[in-house]
Design a binder for this molecule. Structure first.
Ligand code: PGA
Length: 251
């Protein structure tokens, strides 16, 4: 089974409701010809309903940028998987480096979120990646292995499409410094190997692993040509309709 490419746009804390609607209209246009790949966008929570309305007759997949493990309750500032589903989301980004590093989210919190999302059939994109300091001290593979093992604790995956991993080296996010295609491929092959140890092999070989960190129209084609790179998680360039269009239509 070939892995279907996924181009995912993470809008982070950008765009007002009207800007979100406009960008979503453009993303819908960009996906009309893109039948052999999936396209996902994760708007801020305040724009989910307008974006859901704008994309409803298209193949664009909607995602949350984070979620709680509980359906409801006293969790000020959080959003539940149920609420995301009700708003039209079928995926959720979890463990993004900004959650880990600005808000101190640990592997075990991220694991809790992931289990909660999966229980409600909200497909998680688990983000992992090493910092510059970890890279320079030769700890990249250890950090990635720990993030995967702890992030996926108690997770049972029967359908590979239901779990997505995003490798985002922290030093490459929003910096304009992309991992070289060889560095990215090496990390992705390593990640697939770890997945093979903790999940069933045939499941692991079909899980999509996205690359994230300064993906742009110039580097997307060569990244996507790598054996174990199955998609891209795009921040800055996903906010510009023309750039994201080119990324969606990578060759
Ligand atoms: P960037 O962000 O494309 O702006 O580097 C990627 C991300 O944070 O997911």
């Amino acid at each position: 089974m070939a892995r279907r490419p996924l181009i995912a746009g993470n809008w982070k804390m950008h765009l007002n409701i009207q800007e979100a609607q406009q960008l979503a209209q453009n993303v819908v246009k960009s996906t009309i010809q893109a039948n052999d790949r999936d396209v996902m966008i994760a708007p801020p929570f305040t724009s989910l309903s307008i974006v859901a309305e704008t994309t409803k007759n298209s193949s664009v997949i909607l995602a949350g940028q984070n979620c709680c493990w509980a359906d409801k309750g006293a969790f000020t500032g959080e959003i539940s998987p149920l609420m995301l589903k009700e708003s039209g989301c079928s995926m959720v980004i979890l463990g993004h480096s900004e959650r880990r590093h600005i808000y101190g989210e640990s592997n075990s919190i991220i694991n809790k979120r992931l289990l909660g999302a999966m229980q409600l059939s909200l497909d998680p994109i688990l983000c992992i990646g090493e910092t510059l300091q970890e890279k320079e001290s030769g700890q990249t593979m250890d950090v990635l292995e720990l993030q995967i093992r702890e992030g996926l604790r108690d997770v049972k995956v029967t359908e590979p499409a239901k779990l997505i991993i995003a490798y985002e080296p922290v030093w490459a996010i929003g910096t304009g410094k992309t991992a070289s295609k060889e560095q990215a491929q090496d990390a992705h092959a390593f990640i697939r190997g770890i997945l093979g140890k903790i999940l069933e092999k045939n499941v692991a070989s079909n899980i999509r692993i996205l690359y994230g960190g300064s993906v742009n129209p110039e580097n997307v084609d060569s990244l996507m040509a790598q054996l174990d790179i199955d998609g891209a998680l795009v921040g800055g360039a996903a906010l510009k309709a023309e750039m994201f269009d080119r990324i969606i239509n990578f060759i």
